[in-house]
Design a protein around this ligand. Structure first.
Ligand SMILES: [Zn+2]
Length: 1010
């Protein structure tokens, strides 16, 4: 029995790991194909060198905005925050918004800008430090390049390429602390670049590579030279002080001034060379920043980055209005003319990946091999029509090469193509691609450059669409296959519950058994043969064979139940209850799914729960029951407390998730937690609701009627207040922009680490043990809290405790009622009536019972509470993006792995508290935990399937990213819940099983009941 449960659990974990991984096979396929035909470009390069300046984390609005003029005159006209770049945008260059795509992170942003394609979201995990260059990009194609900036970005484009020189500052400088001067990082990059231009800088590595001042000068004065300047300051300033803070605005000014100095230095350096003015500047950002100082998602603050281009080959902004090429560029919202002082009709937007082909074009090169962007021709000077049409043609030819290569790969590998008569259907609009290309080339030769550009751009767009079409070719098939894996698995879980894990073989006729197995084997073999012939990835074998085996298992279970005529399933009353449970479960799953979209749903859910509990309390208190009146009244009171707990949780999911730092709220949360801890010890413990907390034998020795655990309570409360003090001190220093001393960070670590093992010392009784876990977790959680989180945690703990007390009373009432029902059958109703007035007493029992219907209620409540614990203070986006301020009490040094781990802990702490409450409840119910897990997992998977069908590849990038995150999160929950319960079990294991037995007073023949 145990081994079959363990087998099922291990299989379930493996299956969910596979189904989450399936997301990579379905949605996160790398867009890259290799082995393209190389393309060429035949037009004169407008520029000799290209300078790409990437201001990491710069929002478009914060660069373009006007601000109040310095001085006291309120009537003075507003002035640009970035006077140099604003001036360039208005006069000598062109500007627009560059639209980034989620994940709005540094690596994908830089890859889009310099290589021209959008990496799959899994690229974030690939790293902050890529070792090998596995794709083509502008620096790779150059004759000589310099990359300067942060060690988290520069190596991506410099490592392993001999002609790319790099300069990086030490990693220690990437510090997110409030006191740090972030703009210094940017000054450093500008200064080093100017030194290189002046011929004053030669790194040790350069010398080792045999470079000298002469070779460097020659390289600098050559053609196809690329500079990449990565400016990390704004990203750090935005994370530390939010993008609407002064530090960020000041950093924008530093960057603007640095660009002015840089441009001066380039003009100075190259005014002697034959082609002066041969420098093109592109200024942009890899991603923006949301108002709460984070990025990663599809928030417009993150996706809308500035784009300013000027120099050789770039036309002036004033002509943009008359330039047809500018018109078709999509704008999400009109330009705020008064706020920015810029004209909407002069604005030309680009997609982030388009920047790479523009950069290649000004240097007279074809776009990078894997490029998927289409050339923004509006940024090429109409006075150079041949370069414009030549670049557009090079772009179209390169995109067509990508499409053709992808089509060849898909024809060999696609499963949908296998199932379609005639094989792969090519993208119809590209049927005449060769003719279109020839016509465009002909028009160019004839001197009709506009016609050539139009034809080439239409072809380029069709190639991008065609490549996407091929990229998604197998998606529908895979979606349905994986959905059937899920549905099959839910069927297996239900079968397990129905048969209670009993082996089905013996009960089903051997013929049916053999037939079912033969069908499953046949289907699997056929699927494997097809997959092998298409060289499908190994995971596909699982996706396409598992549904058959799940179907077999579920079919056999229900067949055996039918054959054995199991009473459970064929009693009418049971069937109605089963149906009602299924409807309720689906309704709950749908409600929680809705809460993933809109966390306010939790508020409605808790408000409705509170109302229902008040109604229950009213009924329990006023019912004309003859037995156990005292218990009924206690149940009514505990239902009122539970209603208060649900009511206390309700408001939090209405509050904003943009957590504004508020130390007072954190300290108020600490006070509330301490109060709940004190009440549970001094008000709840003396009642001994759970019958496991008697007064100590040597109570007098302990100083009166005390139970064990009071000393620990004092220690834990002190630690909790120490955590509050650390929060208060760190926030004070942070507010004063002072640096945070190392000893304060050490205190935070010591308090958090010291608090967590303390609950193991508490007496193994439900109330003191739970209260101790609650206080320990609250201590760690307070250190993570920025705003109202610690208040939420206080409410969550109170609600969990109230849940336990209420369930206990419900259990006692049920036991009393069952005792009476038992009398009715045994003694006949008249005698039973006369007995009914007799008092009922309760005793605890450690005998385990079979699971009953109430496991469904417990599992459902647990599911709702654990998700509320997750959504109470944030949503998926706030977890996916980097909310750095939560970890300031522990570290201010930028370390993505440590910070990520700390943020994970912040999410985990409230969930573990709820998990401990759930385990305590199972102990109190004296039921085996396994059926409750099965129900929990079935409910979770019901939600997973819903999210799986909601995964979209259309609509805004925010919608796409969110739909994928919801599915990933829900799929992971099934696996992570085992981790939570495992951790929680470390605390709850020592609590003994305590069921309830009802007895008639004065009657020794007690009757064990549910
Ligand atoms: Zn970045």
């Amino acid at each position: 029995m145990v081994s079959s449960q363990a087998r099922l659990a291990v299989f379930g974990v493996a299956l969910h790991a596979l189904l989450i991984y399936a997301m990579f096979d379905v949605h996160f396929l790398t867009p890259l194909v290799h082995g393209m035909e190389p393309t060429t470009a035949d037009f004169a390069a407008p520029a000799s060198r290209l300078v790409v300046i990437v201001a990491d984390g710069l929002r478009a609005d914060r660069l373009f905005e006007l601000e109040d003029a310095p001085g006291d005159d309120p009537d003075a006209p507003r002035v640009p925050r970035a006077p140099f770049l604003h001036g360039v945008a208005k006069s000598r260059g062109r500007w627009g918004i560059s639209h980034a795509r989620p994940p709005t992170e540094s690596r994908p942003g830089h890859v889009a800008l310099l290589a021209g394609f959008y990496e799959d979201p899994s690229a974030i995990t690939k790293g902050w430090q890529a070792n090998a260059v596995e794709f083509d990009h502008l620096l790779n194609q150059s004759s000589a390049a310099w990359a300067l900036g942060a060690p988290s970005v520069v190596p991506l484009f410099a490592k392993g390429i001999e002609h790319v020189r790099h300069r990086m500052y030490a990693e220690e400088l990437e510090d997110f602390a409030a006191s740090n001067d972030h703009a210094a990082l940017d000054e450093w990059v500008f200064d080093r670049t100017i030194e290189i231009l002046d011929g004053r800088s030669l790194s040790a590595e350069d010398e080792a590579n045999g470079r000298s001042r002469d070779t460097e000068r020659a390289a600098l004065e050559g053609e196809r030279v690329v500079f990449l300047l990565h400016l990390l300051g704004l990203d750090s300033a935005g994370h530390a002080h939010k993008p609407f803070g002064d530090a960020y605005a000041q950093n924008v000014k530093t960057v603007d001034d640095g660009v002015r100095r840089l441009v001066d230095a380039f003009e100075r350096r190259f005014d002697q060379t034959p082609r002066d003015g041969g420098t093109t500047f592109l200024f942009t950002a890899d991603h923006g920043m949301s108002s709460r100082g984070a990025h990663g998602d599809g928030d417009p603050g993150c996706t809308e980055t500035p784009f300013v281009a000027w120099g050789a080959g770039i036309p002036a902004a004033a002509d943009a209005a008359a330039d047809d090429a500018c018109a078709p560029r999509g704008k999400d919202a009109p330009t705020p003319r008064d706020a920015w002082g810029l004209e909407d009709k002069e604005r030309c937007d680009v997609d982030q990946a388009d920047v790479a082909s523009l950069g290649a074009s000004v240097l007279g090169m074809p776009p990078p091999t894997h490029n998927a962007g289409s050339l923004p021709v509006s940024y090429l000077d109409p006075a150079m029509p041949s370069a414009r049409s030549g670049a557009a043609l090079a772009n179209a030819e390169q995109l067509l090469a990508v499409y053709r290569r992808k089509a060849a790969v898909a024809a060999r590998a696609s499963l949908t193509a296998f199932a379609t008569p005639g094989g792969l259907r090519p993208y119809a609009p590209l049927a005449g691609a060769n003719e279109t290309l020839a016509a465009a080339k002909h028009a160019r030769v004839e001197g009709d450059h506009d016609a050539a550009v139009d034809a080439a751009q239409a072809l380029a767009r069709a190639c991008v669409d065609g490549t996407t079409y091929l990229h998604l070719y197998d998606r529908r098939l895979l979606l349905w296959t994986i959905a059937s894996c899920f549905l099959g698995w839910i069927g297996v879980l239900l079968a397990e519950l129905a048969t209670e894990g009993r082996e089905t073989k013996r009960q089903v006729c051997r013929v049916i058994h053999t037939r079912a197995t033969a069908i499953a084997v046949g289907v699997s073999c056929a699927a494997c043969a097809v997959l092998a012939s298409r060289r499908a990835p190994a995971t596909y074998y699982a996706y396409f064979t598992l549904p058959a085996w799940f179907a077999r298992r579920a079919f056999l279970a229900f067949a055996s139940a039918a054959e054995a005529g199991t009473e459970r399933f064929y009693k009418r009353r049971e069937a109605v209850e089963l149906l009602a449970t299924a409807v309720a479960a689906t309704a709950l799953a749908r409600t929680l799914c809705a809460a993933f979209h809109d966390r306010r749903v939790f508020s409605y859910l808790f408000a409705a729960t509170a109302a229902a509990l008040v109604a229950y309390a009213a009924r329990a208190a006023t019912a004309k029951r003859r037995r156990a009146r005292g218990v009924a009244r206690a149940a009514a009171v505990s239902a009122l407390f539970a209603a208060a707990g649900a009511g206390a949780l309700a408001p939090f999911t209405l509050l904003s998730i943009d957590l504004e730092a508020n130390t007072a709220l954190v300290v108020a949360g600490v006070a509330c937690t301490a109060l709940v801890g004190l009440l549970s010890h001094f008000a709840l413990r003396p009642l001994d609701v759970f019958g496991d907390d008697p007064e100590d034998a040597d109570a007098d020795a302990a100083g009166g009627a005390r139970r064990p655990g009071y000393k620990l309570l004092v220690v834990q409360l002190s630690l909790l207040w120490c955590a509050g003090l650390v929060v208060w001190m760190v926030d004070g220093l942070q507010g004063a922009k002072a640096s945070i001393p190392a000893w304060l960070h050490a205190c935070a670590w010591a308090i958090a680490a010291g608090a967590m093992p303390l609950p193991l010392l508490s007496p193994p009784r439900v109330v003191p043990r739970f209260a101790s876990v609650y206080l320990a977790a609250a201590t760690a959680y307070a250190l993570f809290s920025v705003s109202y989180e610690s208040l939420f945690y206080a409410a969550l703990g109170f609600a969990s405790l109230a849940w336990l007390v209420l369930e206990r009373h419900v259990q006692k009432l049920a036991a009393a009622d069952a005792l009476f029902d038992g009398d009715k059958t045994r003694l006949g109703s008249r005698v039973a009536e006369s007995n009914a007035d007799a008092a009922v007493t309760f005793a605890t029992s450690s005998v385990e019972r079979d699971a009953d219907k109430s496991v469904a209620r417990h599992a459902a409540t647990f599911l709702a509470l654990i998700n509320a614990a997750f959504f109470g203070t944030g949503n998926i986006a706030s977890v996916a993006s980097f909310e750095i301020s939560s970890v300031y009490r522990f570290t201010t040094r930028f370390n993505p792995f440590l910070m990520g781990a700390l943020l994970m802990l912040k999410v985990l702490v409230p969930m573990i508290t709820v998990a401990v409450a759930f385990l305590c409840l199972l102990k109190l119910r004296a039921t085996p935990p396994f059926p409750a897990y099965l129900v929990f997992i079935a409910l979770s998977d019901l939600m997973s399937v819903t999210f799986f069908f909601e995964v979209t590849t259309e609509g805004s990038w925010q919608d796409i990213g969110m739909s994928i995150s919801r599915y990933a999160l829900m799929g992971t929950q099934v696996v992570t819940i085992l981790v939570f319960l495992g951790l929680a079990d470390a605390y709850a294991a020592a609590i003994p099983t305590r069921g309830v037995v009802a007895r008639r007073a004065g009657n020794d023949a007690g009757k064990k009941t549910r």
